[in-house]
Design a protein around this ligand. Structure first.
Ligand code: SF4
Ligand code: SF4
Length: 135
């Protein structure tokens, strides 16, 4: 029987996947704000890097989805170098981008593919499409 999708299961799923992809434990962050104070892209973000870590700790998937922070982050690594807790924030940002990009929409259904489509489609498009089938 399929699991019921609740807001809690979406939140838990986001936390689990962000941790799996990034290898980072959000709970390590103790909210000092050094990352926010160091970030050169901060004026363009609608949620600070510190704030994003807080949302991740609480598993606030809907608010994370509205944050432009992972997409604005320039992966400059300043926050990572200065973080007193050794949180590799650029990896967290990348993980949140990946989770969003792999959302189960517009995925490729293998059973629906025609042979000529398999030949014509770029391989990278196929791989990306299949990734969207992961949960
Ligand atoms: S610098 Fe590190 S510990 Fe401080 S708020 Fe940012 S991620 Fe958390
Ligand atoms: S890696 Fe991203 S979040 Fe961290 S300081 Fe650079 S731009 Fe800001």
């Amino acid at each position: 029987m399929p699991q019921k999708i609740t807001s809690k299961s979406i939140d838990d799923n986001l936390k689990r996947r962000a941790r799996e992809i990034s290898g980072q434990i959000a709970q390590k962050c103790f909210q000092c704000g050094t990352c926010t104070g160091s970030c050169p892209m901060i004026e363009h973000m609608n949620v600070t890097p510190r704030g994003l870590m807080a949302l991740l700790q609480w598993g606030q998937a809907d608010k994370i989805a509205e944050a432009n922070t992972p997409w604005i982050c320039a992966s400059c690594h300043v926050c990572q170098v200065r973080c007193p807790r050794g949180v590799e924030l650029p990896k967290v940002m990348e993980a949140l981008r990946q989770v969003k990009l792999r959302t189960n929409v517009n995925q490729i259904e293998p059973a629906n593919l025609q042979p000529e489509e398999i030949i014509d489609l770029p391989q990278i498009a196929m791989v990306s499409g299949f990734r969207k089938m992961t949960s």
